[in-house]
Design a protein around this ligand. Structure first.
Ligand SMILES: *[C@@H]1O[C@H](CO)[C@@H](O)[C@H](O)[C@H]1NC(C)=O
Ligand SMILES: *[C@@H]1O[C@H](CO)[C@@H](O)[C@H](O)[C@H]1NC(C)=O
Ligand SMILES: *[C@@H]1O[C@H](CO)[C@@H](O)[C@H](O)[C@H]1NC(C)=O
Ligand SMILES: *[C@@H]1O[C@H](CO)[C@@H](O)[C@H](O)[C@H]1NC(C)=O
Ligand SMILES: *[C@@H]1O[C@H](CO)[C@@H](O)[C@H](O)[C@H]1NC(C)=O
Ligand SMILES: *[C@@H]1O[C@H](CO)[C@@H](O)[C@H](O)[C@H]1NC(C)=O
Length: 333
């Protein structure tokens, strides 16, 4: 998910990442841990979620691990009816819970399959606090968390209870694990629902999980900043980049006028697309990695209002304020 610039000042504060000086000498290596992930599937694979624990004794909560944000927000018993379909964290039952005395709010821009979200319909009201977080047998005390006290209806359909940010500034939970000696990297094994067994590995990469007709244009083969966002199920690029990519894939993919930013193709033409579309990201050091999209996955499903037109995965969006980024150029084939 990507935080939308709010029209009012935001009160969310990030905890400092700076570790006490003596922490380095006490540091001992922690082994990587792997957590199983579930798949939120509605016609297509939307998001992958897994379990963390919050509080003492630990309460298990399911969260989407989101490389597009940095904090933890969880549904809590401070939220009434708008959160009743989700598992709630009960802070009154945690001996390590400390209320932060501050309210906050956050609005996300995200994608969850067809009919992408534009506007403020993904919004949380929050209460700042600290508590102990755990995952896979590791735990970190005193982490800043945000309890969800109200939410818009669009978020109540989530199968999970919140969002655990993992982006480059993820100071809280991830920063806490790193300062305990966990190597500062993580990897996702994100599989289609039919394959299953998706995983998040914190502190390492599972080398058993991956194996490794190029066309580009000057516009695509240019250095750009990207967020690799596990919390958003559409890919967002600026309009000119999106048009250039689709022009290399198929002339039948065109903007879908009723939803600015969305693109579609007649569903009966999906079978005419290349079987696989490779988007090659080339890092500044020259190392490439391929985002390989089978054409069946490029199709996100029919638009509700136009069932003959299938939405395609890449959306145009020009207002993104990139906060943390990785720098890549693009090659499409
Ligand atoms: C999360 O934990 C619950 C038990 O509390 C379990 O039923 C569920 O399978 C777990 N989810 C994942 C993705 O591991
Ligand atoms: C509250 O904590 C107690 C243990 O201290 C546990 O037995 C109980 O199930 C917990 N209740 C909830 C709602 O988490
Ligand atoms: C914080 O939000 C709660 C509702 O969750 C409200 O009752 C309270 O007045 C708010 N406090 C401040 C200082 O705005
Ligand atoms: C919760 O948010 C909804 C808008 O999604 C709003 O109508 C409602 O008044 C809010 N409830 C509280 C208690 O703030
Ligand atoms: C990436 O995709 C391109 C184009 O299909 C292909 O030539 C190249 O071998 C792929 N690279 C890797 C590392 O898979
Ligand atoms: C992309 O641009 C770089 C120079 O920035 C050039 O060296 C490279 O050959 C170009 N790649 C392709 C496939 O055109």
């Amino acid at each position: 998910l990507v935080r939308v610039q709010a029209t009012v000042p935001q009160t969310i504060r990030l905890q400092s990442r700076v570790a006490p000086v003596q922490a380095a000498s006490r540091r001992r290596a922690l082994n990587p841990i792997t957590a199983p992930l579930g798949d939120w599937f509605i016609g297509t694979d939307l998001q992958w979620f897994g379990n963390i624990t919050v509080g003492t004794p630990p309460q298990t909560l399911t969260v989407v691990f989101d490389t597009g944000s940095s904090d933890l927000e969880i549904v809590s018993t401070l939220c009434g009816a708008p959160c009743d379909t989700q598992v709630k964290f009960d802070s009154s039952n945690s001996s390590t819970f400390v209320d932060g005395g501050k309210n906050a709010s956050i609005t996300f821009k995200t994608g969850a399959g067809v009919d992408p979200v534009i506007g403020a319909n993904y919004h949380y009201d929050l209460r700042q606090a600290t508590d102990t977080l755990g995952i896979g047998g590791l735990s970190v005390p005193g982490i800043t968390i945000f309890l969800i006290t109200n939410q818009t209806a669009k978020l109540a359909i989530d199968l999970f209870s919140g969002i655990q940010g993992l982006d480059a500034s993820a100071t809280g939970f991830l920063g806490g694990l790193i300062s305990q000696g966990l190597p500062s990297l993580f990897s996702f094994f994100l599989t289609p629902e039919a394959v299953g067994n998706a995983e998040l590995t914190l502190g390492g990469i599972d080398p058993t999980k991956f194996k490794v007709n190029g066309k580009t244009t000057p516009l695509l083969n240019a250095t750009r900043n990207v967020i690799l966002d596990s919390g958003t199920s559409n890919i967002l690029f600026p309009t000119d980049t999106t048009n250039a990519m689709y022009a290399l894939i198929s002339p039948d993919i065109v903007p879908y006028a009723p939803e600015p930013g969305a693109y579609g193709i007649a569903c009966d033409k999906i079978s005419t697309l290349p079987a696989v579309i490779d988007i090659t990201f080339t890092a500044q050091d020259g190392s490439p990695f391929n985002l390989t999209i089978p054409s069946s996955e490029l199709n996100v499903g029919p638009f509700t209002d136009s069932p003959d037109i299938c939405q395609t995965l890449i959306n145009a969006f020009d207002g993104l304020r990139v906060v943390q980024c990785l720098t890549y150029s693009l090659l499409v084939s």
